[in-house]
Ligand binder design. Structure first.
Ligand SMILES: NC(=O)c1ccc[n+]([C@@H]2O[C@H](COP(=O)([O-])OP(=O)(O)OC[C@H]3O[C@@H](n4cnc5c(N)ncnc54)[C@H](OP(=O)(O)O)[C@@H]3O)[C@@H](O)[C@H]2O)c1
Length: 231
């Protein structure tokens, strides 16, 4: 009955969305080094082969992708102890110039897809499991030129906070992390607009390290200052 807590990553069965990304890749590497058994998902499957994990191709803009990816991962790994959502997109530009398709993609990939994954996770994860979503500093501190991105991150952050209250009586841990700007290259492949001048961000390794520490240390909420104060 009593399972090893998932903070013990050795042999934990973990699914990572966006494992090819600037943050997803180092998180995946660190989880693998800690002994986790991994499934990884993204659109560009070539970029996922280096992980050595079971690969599940999926575009999170498709409404069924959360359900199908979680089902395949649980099947391949023999159950699921954890899920990391490191997939996301960004767009820049004044609100008046936001294109409808760009707004749709921001809200689908950054808000609706994680919502669907987390909703599904609550029924699929093993007891003492966790689901972690990467929101962003802009959920707490929205900025000009990133209105729809900021709103998509604030929306998923609020969703996670509500689900965490609902899940209090269950053993499933729902984790929200809100890193500051990080040098992953995300700003250079925005789905629209050009990034404003941004001060040098944190290193992906630094942020990934803090995120994996949150999993191991049974944390549920990692606000922006937690990424810049050394622990
Ligand atoms: N970098 C920062 O400054 C920063 C700061 C705070 C929060 N964040 C958040 O952290 C997360 C990861 O960002 P990152 O910097 O690592 O960005 P990144 O390097 O661009 O990685 C984004 C990842 O998302 C996946 N993805 C994008 N659209 C997808 C879709 N439609 N379906 C499935 N997967 C999709 C990509 O995989 P494919 O190419 O295979 O689709 C890729 O693995 C994002 O949610 C971002 O908002 C980033």
């Amino acid at each position: 009955m009593d399972r090893e807590p998932v903070s013990e990553l050795n042999n934990a069965r973990i699914l990572v969305f966006g494992a090819s990304g600037g943050l997803g890749a180092p998180i995946t590497t660190k989880l693998a080094r800690a002994g986790a058994r991994l499934a990884v998902s993204g659109r560009n499957t070539d970029a996922l082969t280096a992980t050595g994990a079971h690969i599940i191709a999926a575009d999170l803009r498709h409404v069924d992708s959360a359900r199908t990816v979680l089902a395949e991962a649980a099947d391949k790994l023999g159950g699921l102890d954890g899920i990391v959502i490191a997939a996301g997109v960004v767009a820049f530009g004044p609100a008046a110039e936001l294109d409808d398709d760009v707004v749709d993609d921001l809200l689908i990939v950054n808000y609706l897809a994680p919502l669907r994954i987390i909703r599904e996770a609550l029924t699929v994860l093993e007891p003492a499991g966790f689901v972690l979503n990467i929101s962003a500093v802009v959920a707490d501190q929205p900025v000009a030129g990133m209105s729809a991105y900021s709103a998509s991150k604030a929306a998923i952050s609020a969703f996670v906070a509500s689900v965490r209250i609902e899940a209090r009586r269950s053993t499933i841990r729902v984790i929200d992390v809100r890193p500051p700007h990080t040098e992953t290259g995300l700003a250079t492949h925005a789905i629209a607009g050009n990034a404003p001048h941004l001060p040098t961000g944190l290193t992906p390794d630094q942020v990934a390290e803090r995120i994996v520490a949150a999993i191991v240390n049974d944390e549920t909420d990692v606000p922006p200052p937690e990424f810049t104060t050394s622990s």
